[in-house]
Write a protein that binds this ligand. Structure first.
Ligand code: ATP
Ligand code: MG
Length: 401
């Protein structure tokens, strides 16, 4: 006895009405791309309102593990396929049930699409239930709240049996909610922000401001490694590396210290908007969270945001740091984010940044200095690095749930 396929349930995606076909196609695409990196024989099939991964001999739990990383899936189950024969169905149900060694209660739900099958659904439930009780220890039936619901579908071609529900990653397939330019620093927050947007179906490109020689190559590599971790959910990410040294030095020399942080952030947003617009990307995403540091007060966000009318998405704005850290551990970015290499902000950060900057003051200080040359050069000299997902980005201990 072996598992033939994995049944995929879409959950939230199913409510999408007319767009559903598009969502399904994206999901199927992602599954095919993800699985083909590792497994030669799996096939992803769509049949009316369901999707299957046919295993064709590949290791069921390894394939399941990969499928659990794809956004847009609510839950998954292994399916056994057998001929429409009472004994084979009983054995298959017992086999499927045993996949969950912790289950203490179960119920059997049968459906007979093929009405010519001689055993009625109710009768089949009893027979299969009896077989499981007779062949297990300490297991009971619970029709209201079972640990495992064993589902039997007698169809025209064969009988299909599923048991344990495995949780999917949820959300929407990446790419179904447009694109955003993720402002990716080397810290803990921005990779988590990127992950949450991807989970919502957003395809990302990333932008990083780099200030050599004040920031080292290792700081840049750290950001590329973080992008590598994120690429797991979308196969590839373009990272735009912006040379930021000249602008930062000019800010440092010409802007009063209390406003250098605010002006630096405004410059980052201006450059990000220009690069997003060139790439037809309609928003930016940051890892800002209210109240964490001086640049992240309400006043500061207001003063920074003045320079763009593109939406700036801040998925962490209302989250606690500990919850953010939890996610960064789950997506395996935490250990990279906490490496000590200096970020451009850490180096030029003033001793006493204004926690309540205003738009008026920021504009006034900027109007005394001509930054246009440095801004143009930063955009022109931006380098694009494409990060493709590779299996060695993943740690063995990763587990989304
Ligand atoms: P993070 O953990 O993401 O670094 P943080 O709490 O350290 O966040 P800040 O350093 O104040 O916060 O940065 C706020 C946000 O600004 C970051 O989440 C990121 O989106 C963006 N940002 C900061 N520095 C850079 C950089 N060098 N390149 C690109 N984006 C940056
Ligand atoms: Mg930071």
């Amino acid at each position: 006895m072996k598992f033939e396929s994995i049944l995929i349930r879409y959950g939230e995606m199913a409510i999408k009405g007319k767009n559903r076909k598009y969502f399904e196609r994206k999901l199927q695409d992602h599954l095919i791309k993800k699985l083909s990196q590792q497994f030669s024989y799996t096939r992803v099939k769509k049949q009316r309102d369901r999707m299957y991964v046919v295993l064709n001999g590949e290791d069921p739990h390894q394939v399941m593990n990969e499928c659990q990383q794809v956004f847009g899936i609510h839950s998954l189950s292994f399916a056994v396929k057998v001929e429409k024969d009472e004994q084979l169905i009983k054995d298959a149900a017992l086999f499927a049930f045993k996949d969950d060694p912790d289950a203490e209660t179960f119920k059997v739900s049968s459906r007979r699409a093929d009405k010519s099958f001689q055993i009625g659904s109710q009768d089949l439930n009893y027979k299969v239930g009896g077989h499981i009780l007779a062949n297990t220890d300490g297991v009971t039936v619970d029709v209201h709240n079972p640990d495992v619901e064993i589902k039997i579908e007698v169809r025209n071609d064969a009988a299909y049996i599923t048991a344990k529900d495995y949780p999917g990653a949820g959300g929407f397939p990446v790419g179904t909610s447009g694109q955003s330019l993720l402002m990716l620093s080397g810290g803990i927050d921005s990779p988590v922000a990127g992950y949450l947007m991807m989970k919502r179906g957003v395809q990302l490109e990333a932008i990083h401001f780099h200030s050599p020689p004040f920031t080292s190559d290792r700081a840049k590599q750290k950001v590329l490694d973080l992008a590598g971790k994120l690429s797991k959910y979308c196969q590839r990410i373009n990272v735009h590396i912006v040379p930021f040294t000249d602008l930062q030095q000019k800010i440092h020399q010409q802007i009063p210290e209390g406003y250098s942080m605010t002006v630096m952030r405004r410059m980052m947003l201006r450059i990000s908007e220009r690069i997003a617009a060139e790439r037809e990307i309609l928003s930016m995403t940051t890892g800002e969270s209210l109240g964490q540091v001086a640049s992240q007060t309400m006043e500061s966000m207001n003063a920074i945001n003045e320079v763009t009318n593109f939406p700036v998405l801040r998925p962490l704005a209302a989250m606690d740091k500990l919850d953010i850290i939890d996610i960064s551990r789950k997506i395996d970015t935490y250990s990279i984010s906490t490496l000590p290499y200096e970020d451009c902000c850490t180096i030029f950060v003033p001793k006493a940044p204004k926690t309540k900057p205003t738009r008026e003051n920021a504009s006034y200080y900027e109007s005394n200095v001509d930054f246009s040359k440095e801004l143009d050069e930063a955009v022109d000299q931006t380098q694009i690095i494409e990060i493709k997902h590779e299996k060695n980005f993943d740690s063995e201990f990763e587990n989304l749930f």
